[in-house]
Write a protein that binds this ligand. Sequence first.
Ligand SMILES: Cc1ncc(C[n+]2csc(CCOP(=O)(O)OP(=O)(O)O)c2C)c(N)n1
Ligand SMILES: [Mg+2]
Length: 571
Amino acid sequence: MTRMTSSEAFVEQLVAEGVTDIFGIVGSAYMDALDIFEPAGIRFISVAHEQNAAHMADGYARSTIRHGVCVGQNGPGITNFVTAIAAAYWAHSPVVAITPETGSTTMGLGGFQETNQMPIFSDITKLQLHVSRPDRIAELTHRAFTIAMAERGPVQLNIPRDHFYGEFDAQIAAAQRIERGPGGAESSSRAAEILAAAEFPVIMAGGGVIMSGAVAQARALAEYMQAPVVTSYQHNDAFPASHPLMCGPLGYQGSKTAMRIIALADAVLVLGSRLGPFGTLQQYGIDYWPENAQVVQVDADHRVLGLVRDVALGIHGDAGAAAADLLARLREMGDGVRCLGSAAKRLAEIELQRKKWEAELDTLSASGESPISPRRALRELEKAMPDNAMVTTDIGNVCSVANSYLRFEQPQSFFAPMQFGNCGYAFPTAMGAKVARPERPAIAYVGDGAWGMSLAEVMTCVRENIPTTAVVFNNGQWGAEKKNQIDYYGDRYVGTNLENPSFAAIARAMGADGVTLDHPDQVGDALRAATSSGRCTVLELMLDQELAEPFRRDALRQPVRLLEKYRGYEG
Ligand SMILES: Cc1ncc(C[n+]2csc(CCOP(=O)(O)OP(=O)(O)O)c2C)c(N)n1
Ligand SMILES: [Mg+2]
């Protein structure tokens, strides 16, 4: 026990948890602690909007397997966090949201910057902690960090502003990491039997493979069984793209190779995926989910086992430990593993499907016109992508089509908004990743509509020296939503056309580099130059207005109007 102030105990506990970077906007509520961040070895990254601070914390966590941390002023600073904490929740990111609150002595009186901050985050955090007394601040901070990592999701640490003051004897705990095993022995043995009996087993690698650092284990198992590997929606980096067994991602704008291959499966081993409903919707008219296959689902969160899809067996365990355990069991079974005799057939099928899909993508991406066609832009970016790049994408139509063109050799390379799907995700998330991994290029793909939500952070990149590259797809529209007006609402464009200023000029005015590109031949060189310049760069790609399939044909209906005054507004 050492005598400390409350702020000192808090900051010392942050240090013990390994915190070196915190994203936020300054506020008096926590200034007493902020004042000693620097001598504690903590960099405070001052941003333009608290939503983006929390996205940065998410990108930081996703690119490292470390905690991301954000902080803001009580009331409005904290309510600004909400969207990004929800995104981090669905991305399973260990983000610790430090939420200073109005003073405990006046809470409830409706004073300055007061709102009840706990209900707001109740459904988008794994745990909420309220520091009820100053002398519990270190203990509860420790708890926040432990649970955020153990349960893989945001934790809120709510601290009444007066609780940063006070003196007491404090104990700083060492950081705690909880290791997971492969799952129960009985279920593991059943899983091995299911896999051993399969003729056409397929492995689906999800985010859990990335988070548990399990690519090597997944790969060893896939290679032993010669099982094709598909990845879950927008987790394209869960298995190396160039591996002969890799088929690509499922889900919206995913890989037809992956879909055609998984459709053939008689057993699927799902490693670290909740099988989210949007992620396995049929695509391109391919109803690919193999309803009759025996599905074994492994996940670190027992609540998601069998939740969305019926599974033959759920295993509560770590993706890497489970893969290693299953490999050992299959090895012991020797010739009893049925699929070992038919590897050539599966490899040939992968090769065939991959060739077909690549040829189709080449044809779709061939246009050499100006303005640039979205798919040609995506192909050019793909070809010029630095090997060790980290790429984030936003949720617009062009960004979503990028799913077919983003391939990675290493995990922790692709951070998309996935099933929370919020506009404004990509750029701050790339910035957070860049802070965490300064040695790797960080590139955000962003639509022009969503760029309006993010562009203020170019100032942050310049001020804080975070050399992130933004690729802005300027198609003059909130395209993904306009597509619905085209398909369902008789081309009535309400709120979907955009008249944009020059985003490149705005970037330059903020002290960054800004380049406008209107021919496909310029794209590759521009990306290479931007990512090697050491400067924040905005590449503004002038695109045509072509749009791909909408997100939610499954959830939209042709409009029906009954009232006379709305006649003519049918589909
Ligand atoms: C925060 C938020 N607001 C609104 C939406 C609805 N939405 C989904 S995609 C989209 C259009 C995106 O337009 P843009 O960023 O220009 O990309 P494009 O579709 O044109 O490629 C909108 C408004 C959303 N997903 N998130
Ligand atoms: Mg757009």
